[in-house]
Write a protein of this length. Structure first.
Length: 119
């Protein structure tokens, strides 16, 4: 199952008793702030959750299969995420739990995410 932005907005709205449009503004501003921080090269740390940062990947050699030529690929930046201690412990606990079964409508329940949003 995937969680989309609108699901997060609904969960924030429910947990904070904000109207849906107000919760949407809050969530979008949070995402925008995180995005701007990453674009400017800042390291974003959310205690208990993890760290987002941009890393530079060195250029390397590649192959043009159509012409059978060696080409050089330039260096590029990517976003990396390192889970915090809390999430590492939670993931280990999840490995010990029995697998989650799908509901009759085919959707998977995701209580862990909702529990975090409701805090």
């Amino acid at each position: 199952m995937k969680v989309v932005l609108q699901d997060v907005v609904r969960a924030v709205s429910k947990a904070t008793k904000l109207a849906l449009p107000d919760a949407q503004v809050v969530v979008r501003k949070l995402v925008s702030t995180l995005e701007q921080g990453l674009l400017s090269g800042q390291r974003i740390e959310i205690r208990g959750f993890g760290v987002f940062q941009t890393k530079t990947v060195q250029g390397k050699k590649g192959r043009d299969m159509a012409r059978n030529l060696s080409i050089s690929l330039p260096a590029y930046k990517k976003v990396s995420f390192k889970a915090g201690k809390h999430w590492k412990r939670r993931s280990k606990a999840l490995l010990m739990e029995p697998p989650v079964e799908a509901a009759p409508n085919g959707q998977l329940e995701m209580p862990m995410m909702m529990e975090v949003v409701n805090r």
